[in-house]
Ligand binder design. Structure first.
Ligand code: ADP
Length: 854
C-alpha cells in the first residue's frame, strides 16, 4: 500500500495527499503533521511508526475549506474500483486501485461550501512575451474569462484589481510574483494557447471573440493548461474570453486601492471597507458584480449614465424596488450552480437551482416588461433573462421539487418523467409493502410479538427476535434460517423475505442506473446552453447591483452624480460613507463638506489639527469619484464630476507602519509613481506626504511634490498637510488654494469642528490634540515648555522656514517677520533690568506682548 501511496504522492509533491481508505481520507508523514496542526485533529501513527491522521470522507469539504484557507493545496486520491472488483482482478490480497481525481486549490474551487458567496474567486495566469505582460483571469465558479495586456510596470496594479486567489506563471520567470505557482514554460507558448482556446470553444478561429495578442494567448494557454492539470482532464466552465481594455476603466494602483480600502479595510477584512458600507445586494452574484464594479469603475460617460439611469429608475420607485429585491433574494446562485455542473461536480440540487433560478428570471422579465418607462440598460438586460423555456420545462418535468445534494442515492427524478423508472419504483414499493406485511405474518406464525424485520447495509433485510424467543425460530422446520446471534437478539432469514428483498434490490439497482442516466442527460442539456445561462446569471446580478445601489441611496439621501468631460470636481455636502456609518453607530453626526476643484483652482492644500478630519475629507472625495464612475449614486447633496482617468491616493508613512519595508521608502516609491503617471484628467489625494522623515526633509519634499503636482502633472489634487509653511505655495502656484479643517480652543480644550473652510490653518494645535487624547497633564505642560523654547529658538535664528525666504516672491513676507523680531530683540537688549521697579517691569511685559501680537 505504501508503494501505491508514494507513487501518488510523487504526482502531487506540492500538495497534501488525501488518500482514500474506505470511509476516510488519510494523510501520512509530513502531510499528516501539517493537516493535524491546521485542522487541530489528532495525529496518530501506524504500527510502523508512520505519522498519520484522517478525516471522514462525507464531511471532507469542511476540512478542505480550512486547509485551502490556510494556504494549502490538496490532491484527492480516490479508490477507482470497489474492493470486489479488486478481488476479482488480483485475488483476495489485491490492493484497491487509486488515482488522483482532482487537485483542490484556492483558485479552482466550485463547491458552495468552499466559496464565499459574495466574493469572486479568481485564478490568474501571467507571462511575458518580448517585454509585454499577458494576463489571463478566470472565475471558474462562473466561467468568466478575461485577457489583458500591459507593460511590466502595470502588472502590480492589474493583479491588485483582480485580487486573484491563485496565480500561475512560467517556471523560473525572474519577474514572477512571490506567491505564484511555477508551471512548465511550454504551457505558456502563444501557439499552444491559441490551440487550447480554440479547443475549449470548439471553433476553428478565435476571430469571432476578438483580437488577442501573443502575450494574451500565452497567458490563456498557461491558464487552461493549469486547469486541465488540476481537474485531471476535466475542464471547468470557460466562457469566451473578453479582452479587457485598460482605457475603459479608471486606473488605480495597488497602493490606492489599499489606502481607499475599497474591498478590504486596512485591518484586513471586509468590515470597514467601502464595499461593506455600500453593498445592499440581496444575491451573492450581485455582491460579486458590485465588487467588480468598484474595482474597475468606468471612464465612458455613456456607459456610466446607462447604469445611473437604471439606479435612478429603481430609486424613484420604492415599491417596484421592494418587489424586485424580494424576488432576487429568493434566487439561487445560478452562475455558481452552472459552474459546478459544467465542471462535472454538479449535484441534482444544482440542477434544481438552475431550474428555479431560470424560471424566476423569466417571471422577473415578464414582470418588468409590463413597465413602459424602462431605462435603456434594462431593455438590454431583459432579453437575457428569458430564453430558457425548454430547459426549465425539461427540468420541471424531470426533477423532484427539492432535489438532494447527493446523487448516488437516487430519488431526484420526478414521478411521471420516465415510466420504466416509475415501474421499477412501484415494484420496489410493492416489495417494501409486502415485507411490512410479512412482519405481521411472521409475528402471528411464531407468536413472538417483539419480532421485527430490519435492514442494514451488511445483511440486507433480516428478521430479528429477542434471544429468549429465538428457540421458536431455530426449529429445523420453522421456515427460518439462522444468520447471526447478537448479545440480546438473534437474526434470521426466510424464503419469502429473501424474495421480496431481492426484488427491492434489483429494482433499486435498476432505478439508480436509470436516474444516473437521466442525470447525465440533464447535465448535458445545461452544458449545451452554458453561455446563455451564464449571461442570464450576469444580467440578474446587474439588476441586483442597481437595485442595491438604489436602496443604499434611498437609505441615506445620496444623489445622482452629474458627469462631465471638463476636469472639475464640485461636490456639495459630501460625506464619507464608512466614517459616517461608524459615527452613526455611536449616535454621532457626520459633518458634510463641500469640495470645488476646477482647472483654475485645482489643488487644495488642506491644513488644520490632527484628528481634524483632513484624511476623511480627502478620501470621501476620492470615494465619491469612484462610486460615481462605478455607476452608482454618491453620498452628497450634489456632485458634478469631470471624468477621472486615474485615481491616486497616498498616505504619509507613519500611518502605514504595518507594511514591512522601510515605510518612508514606500511612501517615496508611491509618490514617485504619481509624479510619473498622473495627468490633467487624474485625481490625486496626498495625505501628509513627507511625514515619514525629519521635519526639514519632510517639509522640503512636501513642498516640492505639491509644486510638481500643481505645475507639471496639473492634476486635480487634495493635499493634506500639517506643515503650515506650505501655505506660502499659494503665492507662486496660481491654481493652488488654501483650506483648513476648523478647530476652536475653548476654555483650554480643543473643539474639532470637522468643517472644511477657506484660508490657511492658523496653527497646528498639536498639544491640544495630545491633551484631548488623554496625554497626562504634566507631560502636556512639559511639552508646552519645550515648544516655547523651540519657538524662541526659531525666532532668534530665523527658524524652520527661514531659508524659504530665499525662494523668489516670499522674501517680502519673511522680511516683515524678521523686522519685527529684530525690533523686539533691540528693545530687550537695550534694557537695564536692575533699574526697573516692579510696576515698570509689569508695564513693560504688557508692552512687549502687545508688540509681539501685532
Ligand atoms: P486628520 O486626517 O485630520 O488627522 P481624520 O480625517 O483622520 O483626521 O479624522 C479623525 C476623526 O475625526 C475621524 O475618525 C472621525 O471620527 C472624525 N471626523 C472626521 N471627519 C469628520 C466629519 N466630517 N464629521 C464628523 N466627524 C469627522
Amino acid at each position: 500500500m505504501m508503494a501505491q501511496y508514494h507513487a501518488l504522492k510523487a504526482q502531487a509533491s506540492d500538495c497534501l495527499l488525501f488518500y482514500r481508505m474506505g470511509d476516510f481520507f488519510e494523510l501520512f508523514f509530513d502531510d499528516a503533521r501539517t493537516a493535524a496542526q491546521v485542522l487541530d485533529i489528532a495525529l496518530t501513527s501506524r504500527g510502523d511508526g508512520v505519522p498519520m491522521c484522517g478525516v471522514p470522507a462525507h464531511s471532507a469539504e469542511g476540512y478542505l475549506a480550512r486547509l485551502i484557507k490556510a494556504g494549502c493545496r490538496v490532491a484527492i486520491a480516490e479508490q477507482t474500483e470497489t474492493p470486489e472488483q479488486a478481488k476479482k482482478r488480483g485475488g483476495s490480497k489485491a490492493l484497491v486501485a487509486r488515482d488522483i481525481v482532482r487537485f483542490v486549490t484556492a483558485g479552482t474551487l466550485t463547491e458552495e461550501a468552499l466559496l464565499e458567496p459574495r466574493r469572486a474567486n479568481v485564478l490568474a495566469a501571467v507571462c511575458e512575451v518580448r517585454g509585454t505582460i499577458g494576463l489571463a483571469a478566470v472565475d471558474i465558479s462562473t466561467g468568466r474569462m478575461e485577457l489583458e495586456e500591459c507593460g511590466p510596470d502595470r502588472i502590480g496594479a492589474a493583479l491588485a484589481r483582480l485580487g486573484a486567489s491563485e496565480l500561475v506563471c512560467p517556471e523560473g520567470w525572474d519577474e514572477a510574483p512571490l506567491d505564484a505557482i511555477g508551471r512548465p514554460t511550454r504551457d505558456f507558448s502563444s501557439d499552444s494557447g491559441e490551440v487550447r482556446l480554440r479547443g475549449v470553444h470548439g471553433v476553428a478561429t478565435l476571430d469571432g471573440f476578438g483580437q488577442f495578442s501573443r502575450a494574451m494567448l500565452g497567458a490563456a494557454g498557461g491558464l487552461i493548461a493549469y486547469l486541465d492539470h488540476v481537474g485531471r482532464g476535466n475542464l471547468p466552465l470557460l466562457l469566451p474570453p473578453v479582452v479587457r481594455d485598460g482605457a475603459a476603466h479608471l486606473a488605480m494602483d495597488e497602493a490606492t486601492r489599499a489606502s481607499l480600502e475599497v474591498l478590504e479595510s486596512s485591518s484586513g477584512g471586509r468590515r470597514g471597507s467601502l464595499i461593506d458600507a455600500v453593498d445592499r445586494c440581496v444575491t451573492g452574484a450581485g455582491a460579486r458584480q458590485l465588487a467588480e464594479d468598484l474595482s474597475a469603475p468606468l471612464t465612458d460617460i455613456a456607459a456610466i449614465e446607462a447604469r445611473l439611469a437604471l439606479v435612478q429608475w429603481l430609486h424613484d420607485d420604492p415599491l417596484l424596488r421592494d418587489d424586485l429585491r424580494a424576488v432576487l433574494r429568493a434566487l439561487p446562485d445560478v452562475g455558481r450552480a452552472l459552474g459546478r455542473v459544467v465542471a462535472g461536480r454538479g449535484s441534482p440540487r444544482d440542477l434544481g437551482q438552475l431550474r428555479d433560478g431560470l424560471s424566476e428570471a423569466r417571471r422577473l422579465r415578464d414582470h418588468l416588461l409590463r413597465r413602459a418607462d424602462r431605462p435603456a440598460l434594462l431593455d438590454e438586460l431583459l432579453p437575457l433573462l428569458g430564453g430558457h423555456g425548454a430547459l426549465v420545462d425539461l427540468y420541471a418535468r424531470a426533477l423532484v421539487p427539492a432535489p438532494p445534494t447527493e446523487r448516488s442515492q437516487g430519488g431526484f427524478i420526478a414521478e411521471g418523467y420516465d415510466h420504466a423508472l416509475d415501474a421499477l419504483r412501484a415494484t420496489a414499493g410493492n416489495a417494501r409493502r409486502a415485507i411490512a406485511a410479512l412482519e405481521a405474518k411472521y409475528r402471528d406464525e411464531t407468536g413472538v410479538a417483539a419480532l421485527k424485520i430490519r435492514h442494514n447495509g451488511v445483511l440486507g433485510y433480516f428478521i430479528e427476535v429477542p434471544a429468549k424467543h429465538a428457540d421458536r425460530l431455530m426449529a429445523p422446520d420453522s421456515g427460518f434460517t439462522h444468520r447471526q446471534t447478537m448479545a440480546g437478539a438473534v437474526r434470521f432469514n426466510a424464503l419469502a423475505l429473501h424474495e421480496e428483498a431481492s426484488r427491492i434490490g434489483e429494482a433499486g439497482g435498476h432505478s439508480l442506473a436509470a436516474e444516473e442516466a437521466h442525470f447525465e442527460e440533464l447535465v448535458a442539456a445545461a452544458v449545451s446552453q452554458a453561455e446563455a445561462i451564464a449571461r442570464t446569471a450576469a444580467a440578474l446580478a446587474r439588476v441586483d447591483v442597481a437595485a442595491g445601489q438604489a436602496e443604499r441611496a434611498a437609505e441615506s439621501g445620496w444623489c445622482r452624480p452629474e458627469l462631465l468631460e471638463d476636469p472639475c470636481l464640485e461636490i456639495t455636502g459630501g460625506r464619507h460613507p464608512v466614517v459616517e456609518a461608524a459615527l452613526g453607530a455611536k449616535g454621532e453626526r457626520f459633518v458634510a463638506n463641500d469640495c470645488r476643484l476646477s482647472q483654475a483652482d485645482r489643488l487644495w492644500l488642506v491644513g488644520g489639527p490632527n484628528m481634524g478630519g483632513k484624511s476623511t475629507f480627502l478620501r470621501q472625495n476620492a470615494l465619491i469619484v469612484l462610486l460615481a464612475q462605478a455607476g452608482g449614486f454618491v453620498p452628497a447633496e450634489a456632485a458634478k464630476l469631470g471624468l477621472v482617468d486615474r485615481l491616486f491616493s497616498r498616505v504619509g508613512a507613519s500611518d502605514n507602519l504595518a507594511r514591512g519595508r522601510s515605510t518612508f521608502m514606500v511612501e517615496m516609491v508611491e509618490t514617485a509613481a504619481i509624479l510619473s503617471q498622473a495627468g490633467e484628467r487624474s485625481f490625486v489625494i496626498l495625505d501628509e506626504v513627507g511625514r515619514g522623515t525629519s521635519t526639514y526633509d519632510g517639509l522640503a519634499l512636501a513642498w516640492a511634490v505639491a509644486e510638481a503636482v500643481h505645475s507639471n502633472n496639473r492634476s486635480r489634487c487634495l493635499f493634506a498637510t500639517h506643515y503650515h509653511e506650505l501655505a506660502r505655495l499659494a503665492d507662486t502656484c496660481e491654481a493652488l488654494s488654501l483650506h483648513h479643517v476648523r478647530a476652536r480652543e475653548w476654555k483650554g480644550d480643543l473643539v474639532l469642528l470637522h468643517e472644511v473652510a477657506e484660508g490657511p490653518a492658523d496653527r497646528s494645535y498639536g498639544l491640544a490634540v495630545a491633551k484631548l487624547a488623554g496625554v497626562p497633564a504634566p507631560v502636556v505642560a512639559r511639552a508646552k515648555t519645550v515648544l516655547e523654547k523651540l519657538e524662541k529658538g526659531r525666532a532668534e535664528t530665523g527658524g524652520l522656514a527661514a531659508g524659504l525666504g530665499d525662494l523668489p516672491l516670499f522674501a517680502a513676507a519673511l522680511d516683515a517677520a524678521e523686522e519685527k523680531v529684530d525690533r523686539l530683540r533691540e528693545k530687550l537688549e537695550g534694557l537695564d533690568i536692575d533699574s526697573l521697579s516692579p510696576r515698570e517691569a509689569l508695564d513693560l511685559l504688557y508692552e512687549l506682548k502687545r508688540d509681539a501680537a501685532t
